[in-house]
Ligand binder design. Structure first.
Ligand code: GUN
Length: 286
C-alpha cells in the first residue's frame, strides 16, 4: 500500500491565509484579534514553542504580546498579570505556556483565565462545553488533528479510533472529539496492559505519548490512519515523533510526519481560537 503523508505544514499555510482575511475584517471593524503569551522560567522547549506562536500571530495579523517572567515568579504575581489581561479590551486570547515552575499551581492559573479568553481551551468551563458536545475553544493540538482528518476526508463514524496518551492537553480532548464524530474510541495509557492488542484494531491511531518508537509497524492495522502527535528530540538533535515512521510506510494508508505534521496545525488552531475569541467579543457588543 502506498502511504499518503499528510502535509500539515501546507494545510496550516492555507488555513492561516484564510485566518489572515478574517483577522483583517475584524481589525477594520475595530476588533483586531489580540493574543498574549505568557512564559515563566527558562524551559528551552517552551521558549521555542512561544516564539513559533508569536511568529504565526504576526503572520496572521494579530496584535500580540509576549510576557516573559523569571523562574522565581510567585503564583500571586502571575494571577495578577492574568487579571490585568482579563480586563484588557485589546486582548482576546490569553495563553500561559505549560509547564510552569513548581511553586505555581497550573490548575489555579488555568482557572484564573477568563473562559471567553481561554484560547487554549484548558479552563474547566471550556472542557465542560467540549465534554457535553457544545465545544467553543477546543485545545489546539486535538483541534489541529481533527482539521487534518477533515481535510483528508477521513471517515470517522463507526470506525475504531485508538488514542495513546491521556493528558488534558491532547489525549482526553482528542478522545472527546473523535467520539463526537461517531468513532468507537479506546484510550490507552501507561497502565494499559497490552498496547498492541488495542492499536492493531485501530482504523485511526493517534499517538500522543512523548516517547520515540512507541508505535511500531507490527502494532498498526493495515490501511490505518496514523497520527503522530509526539515531538521528541534524540541525543543527536534529530526531531522524531512517537511512531517509527519509516516502518509504517507501506502499512498505514495515511501518516502525519514529524516535523511538518501536527505541529504547524497546533499553532494554526491557536490563531483560529484567537480570531474566534475576537469575533465573539465583537458580536457580544454589537
Ligand atoms: N505546553 C505544551 N503544549 C501546550 C499547549 O498547547 N498550550 C500551552 N499553554 N502549553 C503547552
Amino acid at each position: 500500500m502506498q502511504t499518503r503523508i499528510i502535509d500539515g505544514a501546507a494545510l496550516a499555510r492555507r488555513l492561516r491565509s484564510e485566518l489572515r482575511d478574517r483577522a483583517a475584517e475584524l481589525t477594520a471593524r475595530g476588533y483586531q484579534p489580540g493574543l498574549v503569551a505568557v512564559r515563566v522560567g527558562e524551559d528551552p522547549a517552551s521558549k521555542v514553542y512561544v516564539r513559533t506562536k508569536m511568529k504565526a500571530s504576526a503572520e496572521v495579523g494579530l496584535h500580540s504580546e509576549h510576557v516573559e517572567l523569571p523562574a522565581a515568579t510567585t503564583e500571586t504575581t502571575l494571577l495578577e498579570r492574568i487579571a490585568g489581561f482579563n480586563r484588557d479590551p485589546r486582548i482576546h486570547g490569553i495563553l500561559v505556556q505549560l509547564p510552569l515552575p513548581p511553586q505555581i499551581s497550573a490548575d489555579n492559573v488555568l482557572r484564573a483565565i477568563a473562559p471567553e479568553k481561554d484560547v487554549d481551551g484548558f479552563h474547566p468551563y471550556n472542557v465542560g462545553l467540549l465534554a457535553t458536545g457544545r465545544p467553543r475553544f477546543v485545545p489546539c493540538t486535538p483541534a489541529g488533528v481533527m482539521a487534518m482528518l477533515a481535510a483528508e476526508e477521513i471517515a470517522l463514524e463507526g470506525r475504531e479510533a485508538v488514542v495513546i496518551g491521556r493528558s488534558n492537553i491532547v489525549g482526553k480532548p482528542m478522545a472527546m472529539l473523535l467520539l463526537q464524530k461517531g468513532a468507537t474510541v479506546t484510550m490507552c495509557h501507561s497502565k494499559t496492559r497490552d498496547l498492541a492488542v488495542h492499536t492493531s484494531r485501530a482504523d485511526v491511531l493517534v499517538a500522543a505519548v512523548g516517547r520515540p518508537n512507541t508505535v511500531r509497524e507490527e502494532m498498526i492495522k493495515p490501511g490505518a490512519v496514523v497520527v503522530d502527535v509526539g515531538i521528541n528530540r534524540l541525543p543527536d538533535g534529530k526531531l522524531v515523533g512517537d511512531v517509527a515512521f519509516e516502518s509504517a510506510l507501506g502499512k498505514a494508508s495515511h501518516i502525519t510526519p514529524v516535523p511538518g505534521g501536527v505541529g504547524p496545525m497546533t499553532v494554526t488552531m491557536l490563531m483560529a481560537n484567537t480570531v474566534l475569541a475576537a469575533q465573539l467579543a465583537s458580536e457580544s457588543v454589537s
